[in-house]
Design a protein around this ligand. Sequence first.
Ligand SMILES: *Cc1c(COP(=O)(O)O)cnc(C)c1O
Length: 395
Amino acid sequence: MRIYADNAATTPMCPAALAAMLHCMEERYGNPSSLHTPGQRAKETLETAREEIAALLHAAPRELTFTSGGSEADNQALRSAAALGRRQGKTHIISTAFEHHAVLHTLDRLAREGFSVTLLDVHTDGLVRPEELEAAIRPDTCLVSVMYANNEIGTVQPIRELGAICRARGVLFHTDAVQAVGQLPIDVQADHIDLLSASAHKFHGPKGVGFLYARRGVALTPLIEGGAQERGKRAGTENVPAVAGMAAALRESAAQMEQNAARLIPLRDRLIEGLQTIPHAARNGDALRRLPGNVSFCFEGIEGEALLLLLDDRGIAASSGSACTSGALDPSHVLLAIGRSHDVAHGSLRLSLGPETTEAEIDYIIENVRDVVEYLRGFSPVWRERAEGKAPFVL
Ligand SMILES: *Cc1c(COP(=O)(O)O)cnc(C)c1O
């Protein structure tokens, strides 16, 4: 059996996106900046895609800027809000400790440039508390950035409440919605969102394309200088086929959103229930306020990396929270942010289901995770210590 359970890392492209891209590459090869007919036809494709995507988010077409993906959109959102803040003498930014590195590393850089950054606590359930945001806002706060749904533990934040607080206090609100777009209904107006990042390859579109929504009146600072494409907000000839693929993928995701969630949630909960029967295992993140397809666990006494490789041998593609940087295995900053110890955070596993996932696959995953966890614990010194009572179990 070959099971793809890593849809939070990336998704396979849907046939509609592929067809739209092929059509575009064959027929719409013109440069959208050219005045001749092939150019204008390419421009038409680009603008139709923009209208379509904007409508799905309750935004206006001119509020969308196409980017190379989620990371670029996050960078540009934060840099733009910081520049606007600086001009008003406001240099305080609020975010959370479990954001994507595209946000956290941009914040690090802004901190080095003189901004002060407050990171909100995300609590053990993986959720921020609106009242804590309210309390953290200062007269010099220029931006709040809180992700819509977390990519590792899948928790979905109370975005509408957070947005309302920011709007009432006159602070710009950015959300990294890369994991949410195409999965959850998003309304930038009702949610009081000023800036929103998205990426096509997380909703069955192509890699290397995404968009940044910026509410009318929120000026974007270009990260790339050059031609006047994207109203001067992002230079470079537009990636028309990728944008067309993204629009087709989002159209399809939006059309199937409800039935997809209705199918995935029972599968997700079946998987969570099954994994919970493994001793000394714990779910990460709230049981209900999570993405329809996200399952995240910690297993005491094992290394997530080893678990991952052995599951791959058995045909299961999953992910662990650990990131291998310069040969050292760092535990996930997300799991540390929700209060997991280093030890326990190392034994993490994320399974992210997709529209193809079946019940038989879920049962196969449960059986094999149980098996592999038991096998790995068999020669884990950390596990032995605990099993022999020399150290206490944490989970
Ligand atoms: C994948 C992801 C990103 C980065 O998007 P890219 O298009 O791969 O650059 C940013 N934020 C979140 C939450 C993600 O899951």
